[in-house]
Write a protein that binds this ligand. Structure first.
Ligand SMILES: NC(=O)c1ccc[n+]([C@@H]2O[C@H](COP(=O)([O-])OP(=O)(O)OC[C@H]3O[C@@H](n4cnc5c(N)ncnc54)[C@H](OP(=O)(O)O)[C@@H]3O)[C@@H](O)[C@H]2O)c1
Length: 283
């Protein structure tokens, strides 16, 4: 398993399995089980996905030794704050049937995430989390968190795919020793990603699919990927990216697909901050 080394020395698989938008418990459990059988060892869930219990059951069913696994979950905005983060962490662990987490992320840069970070720093020092990080933090938010706290986030998980490549953010994160992780590597198929001609032609050269080209491109940039699928054949296909290499010319062609903008949302938009901040999730 190819890994990256985080800023605290912890090794993280460069490919994992994401479980956003698999609300059906049985479907989620089966997908995670298939992923573990296919060789994935990193599973990326979140309290807000409402499927931590299903992930926990799949882990148990797989019988993969705990030390081989890298389990990530995320703290939702409603639970930001020092005390509520400690409580939310315990709830997540219980649902996942685990006694420690590999990575705990602040899901969104909203609410009292400073209180959350202090609670996470404590849980990390107590050895209950192997690494702590954030998600959806633009460089200014990330720097603010870094300068006002003791522990530098190990990971920042942000939207990253061929149409939104995050090159400046990536350079900034590298400078700060924060590992870049991509969410929505396929942009969930938006922008006709799977039908993209450039990506398709590159894939043909190596007998690989568009999905495999995209994941390979990210891995060659040393970005950790967590593709999601509920179909066994795609789960296997997405993991099969370590037997070919994109050339410098392929990488250049893909870099030209960058629109430098999100296909989902804007972290600069107050309406979005209000919408997420007032959303009530039955966690
Ligand atoms: N931190 C955050 O705020 C945040 C936000 C979004 C996502 N995430 C994380 O990132 C993970 C991945 O992102 P995502 O789930 O939003 O989207 P994604 O992985 O970009 O795309 C998933 C979509 O692509 C399809 N797909 C998967 N493999 C395929 C293949 N080989 N060929 C054709 N279609 C394929 C899936 O369909 P089928 O399932 O039908 O195969 C699904 O519709 C999430 O699951 C979650 O863990 C984090």
């Amino acid at each position: 398993m190819q890994t990256v080394t985080l800023n605290n020395g912890v090794k993280m698989p460069i490919i994992g399995f994401g479980v956003y938008q698999i609300p059906d418990a049985e479907e989620c459990e089966n997908a995670v089980y298939e992923a573990l059988m296919a060789g994935y060892r990193l599973i990326d869930t979140a309290a807000g996905y409402l499927n931590e219990e299903a992930v926990g059951r799949a882990i148990k069913r797989s019988c993969v030794p705990r030390e081989e696994l890298f389990i990530t979950t995320k703290l939702w905005i409603q639970d930001a704050g020092y005390e509520s983060t400690k409580l939310a962490f315990s709830k997540s662990l219980k649902k996942l049937q685990l006694d420690y987490l590999d990575l705990y992320l602040i899901h969104q840069p909203f609410g009292d995430y400073y209180g959350a970070w202090r609670a996470m720093e404590e849980l990390y020092r107590e050895g209950r989390i192997k690494a702590i990080g954030v998600s959806n933090f633009l460089p200014d938010r990330l720097m603010d968190l870094i300068v006002h706290n003791e522990i530098v986030p190990a990971v920042n998980q942000v939207e990253t795919h061929p149409f939104y490549q995050q090159m400046e953010s990536a350079a900034f994160m590298k400078e700060q020793s924060v590992q870049h992780q991509s969410w929505a590597p396929f942009a969930e198929g938006r922008g006709n990603m799977f039908g993209n001609e450039v990506l398709g032609l590159i894939g043909e050269k190596y007998n690989k699919s568009v999905a495999q080209v995209v994941l390979r491109w990210l891995v060659q940039r040393e970005v950790v990927v967590i593709p999601k699928s509920v179909r066994k054949e795609r789960i296997v296909e997405n993991f099969d990216i370590f037997n070919f290499e994109l050339s410098a010319d392929d990488m250049k062609q893909i870099s030209d697909l960058d629109t430098r903008d999100s296909l989902f949302l804007s972290y600069h938009d107050p309406k979005f901050a209000k919408m997420l901040g007032t959303l009530k999730v039955d966690l």
